[in-house]
Unconditional design. Structure first.
Lengths: 303, 376
């Protein structure tokens, strides 16, 4: 049985279509990522999965239970972590955890093994009010609270947004651990590097799914070769690339321009043409396309 | 139960809440009760005495001898008196005509002219009646002194002061000294529990929405009614505690009598609190921020309190206003409180009001639950 089955999910806010005919399946025990920019519809989709909103069209089931008609049973199996920190800031770490444990009719002790690796790190602060924790610690507490009832599925809406790089890495290691406990996880993120840690990812943009596959396959699906072009006069480089007909796309990435070329244009040709435009010493190297490159390409194709 | 424990823990932890719960009743009772009074003291009177006779001086002595009037100015003409009224330096102007003592002697009919600053209609009316009563006393003494019933002074614009053939002895029941504090105190108690019940509950609910904690609660198996109950019960208890606190202050500070049954008093207050808590819940579904809630609640509380009859008797309001009070919970409790506290009314006397209040409470709760049902 699939952990999540979504069929033709559609949702609107007034005239704005937030989700447009979205269908996907998530297998049990899978770590499934939704990658997309802000406003793509990730949060709406997750709120539907968390039984918080009723979709305007389509249906979604979690473990065979419909999110609309059987939400009450389902809520025992969901661990939801909204994008915004939403625990009680005026209760202490321990009180928050205790509160959520009692709500689900369990105790901290009963499922301590599940949260131990995460909770151990914030346990020294268990008498501190949640509002006075740092961002990374808040996030660990939120995850602990979402896990305390041993849910079958974790729904994490942008859990790493606004968290420092070290904490982010730690967080993904925790998710890998939880996955090995057999918990299904769906997670959304705007960070492309995090996508690589998922079993499968769905690229979402303007309420539509662009592609669903493993990160590896998605990379392979990229039809064009991608080159990194570097020159210290960036603006002139951009203008020059724009004027060349053999260049299909050019996107700035850090200190380089990522360029995809027409099949009949070779990189050597590109170097020559750029040097002819006065950009001496330009370098062109082929790279393995990243999720970003693919995302941008898919977005272009969609448009 | 754990939801309740959490609520109480949050209330206790919030220093503002604790202070509000204790300070609000104390301050309201000590400030509002003595401050809001309808008695008028020290009316500043400007007098133009055109007569300068023993009679006119006698009248003025009587006026300034009463505790209500202070002769603060003696302008020479009407224009000056008007200027004093306009600037607010005088509340009333009394003009004694030049033929005043001749009139009293029975030659002409003496007339006093009175100008009053009637910006505040109530106080102008009261001042007017104080003045006429002093004049009437004066009048009667003169007439009796002369042994003839032919002449009398009449104040211009008023009815002629006549000598009553039948003496009226009045006695005010339930509040024999006409002490306004006794009248106000039951009303202030109503304001107190309205403020606690409506504002605090509503703000608490909306805050969960504003901070986003409701999101996290909504994905748990906690049922709607459990959540609502956990919000309502603490403030119900706090409301009753504050009522008891306010009542004790009334006892200690103002020596207010309590004629009726305490049980009945708290019983009615409980019904009222349910109604108000229902309203708080209902309003909280309309607001997504505490600011919005405050605005809605302030608007309704203002109307409820001003129309409830705390200052002016509801019977003298226009018919539509009296009809509005059918759905005004504050008006019911205002009446019940006064009846129970001052008159010692029993259950039978207030059964109708209690019944209506209960109906309102049920209606508000149903409205609130309906509005909450929409799971979205």
């Amino acid at each position: 049985m699939a952990a999540v089955e979504a069929l033709n999910i559609t949702h609107r806010y007034g005239r704005v279509t937030a989700l447009d005919d979205i269908s996907f399946n998530v297998n049990e025990g899978e770590l499934f990522g939704f990658i997309g920019p802000d406003g793509a519809g990730k949060t709406t989709l997750f709120r539907i999965a968390a039984t918080l909103i009723i979709p305007a069209g389509g249906r979604m089931t979690l473990f065979g239970l419909n999110t609309v008609s059987r939400y009450r049973e389902l809520r025992n199996h969901i661990g939801y972590m909204p994008g915004r920190f939403s625990l009680y800031q005026d209760l202490t770490v321990e009180e928050n955890l205790n509160f959520y444990a009692t709500i689900f009719g369990t105790t901290i002790k009963e499922n301590y093994h599940l949260i131990e690796p995460i909770y151990k790190q914030i346990e020294p602060f268990r008498k501190r009010q949640a509002g006075r924790l740092s961002g990374g610690m808040k996030q660990k507490l939120a995850l602990s609270c979402a896990l305390i009832h041993k849910p079958r599925i974790l729904i994490l809406d942008e859990p790493t947004t606004g968290v420092d790089a070290v904490s982010r890495t730690e967080f993904w290691e925790m998710l890998a651990n939880l996955k090995s406990e057999g918990i299904t996880i769906i997670v959304s993120t705007p960070y492309m590097d995090e996508a690589l840690r998922c079993d499968r990812i769905a690229l979402i943009q303007n309420g539509r799914l662009l592609d669903i596959d493993t990160p590896g396959n998605i990379r392979l699906s990229c039809s064009n070769r991608i080159f990194a072009v570097r020159h210290h006069r960036k603006y002139e480089l951009l203008l020059a690339l724009k004027s060349l007909p053999g260049v299909l796309s050019r996107e700035p990435f850090g200190d380089a321009m990522h360029v995809s070329l027409n099949p009949d244009t070779t990189p050597e040709q590109l170097v020559r043409e750029l040097e002819a435009k006065g950009l001496a010493g330009v370098t062109v190297t082929e790279i393995v396309p990243g999720i970003e490159d693919i995302f941008l390409e898919l977005m272009k194709r969609e448009a | 139960m754990f939801l309740l424990r959490k609520e109480f823990r949050q209330i206790v932890r919030n220093p503002f809440m604790i202070r509000a719960i204790i300070a609000v009743p104390i301050l309201q009772m000590l400030i509002l009760v003595p401050a809001v009074t309808f008695e008028i003291k020290r009316i500043d009177l400007a007098v133009i005495d055109n007569d300068h006779s023993p009679s006119s001086r006698e009248l003025l002595a009587r006026l300034s001898g009463s505790s209500f009037f202070r002769i603060t100015a003696t302008p020479v003409n009407i224009d000056e008196a008007e200027a004093l009224l306009f600037s607010g330096d005088a509340d009333m102007a009394l003009i004694i005509p030049g033929d005043f003592s001749e009139g009293l002697a029975g030659i002409t009919r003496p007339r006093l002219q009175v100008l009053a600053d009637a910006v505040n209609a109530t106080s102008a009316q009261l001042s007017w009646s104080y003045l006429t009563s002093v004049v009437r006393d004066f009048n009667r003494d003169i007439v009796i002194g002369k042994g003839a019933a032919t002449a009398g002074i009449s104040a211009a614009g008023s009815h002629q002061a006549s000598i009553p053939g039948i003496g009226v002895a009045s006695r005010f029941w339930y509040n024999p000294t006409l002490n306004y504090k006794y009248y106000m105190l039951p009303g202030v108690l109503v304001i107190l529990i309205t403020a606690i019940g409506l504002m605090m509950t509503g703000l608490n609910l909306v805050r969960e929405k504003e901070v986003g904690t409701i999101e996290q609660i909504n994905v748990t198996p906690v049922r709607k009614w459990e959540l609502i109950a956990s919000k309502v019960v603490p403030f119900f208890i706090i409301g009753l505690l504050d009522l008891a606190l306010g009542l004790s202050i009334g006892w200690l500070a103002f020596n207010i009598p309590f004629e009726g049954s305490l049980l009945l008093f708290f019983g009615c207050a409980s019904i009222f609190l349910v109604a108000v808590l229902g309203l708080a819940l209902f309003f909280s579904t309309m607001a997504s921020t505490q600011q919005q809630f405050l605005f809605i609640a302030f608007f309704f509380v203002m109307i409820f309190i001003l129309m409830s009859g705390i200052f002016t008797p509801t019977e003298s309001m226009p018919v539509w206003a009296q009809q509005f009070n059918w759905v005004n919970p504050v008006a019911y409790l205002m009446r019940i409180n006064r009846m129970v506290m001052l008159k010692g009314s029993g259950f039978a006397d207030i059964a109708r009001d209690m019944g209506m209040l209960s109906l309102l409470a049920i209606a508000f709760i149903i409205m609130a639950i309906r509005a909450y049902r929409k799971r979205a």
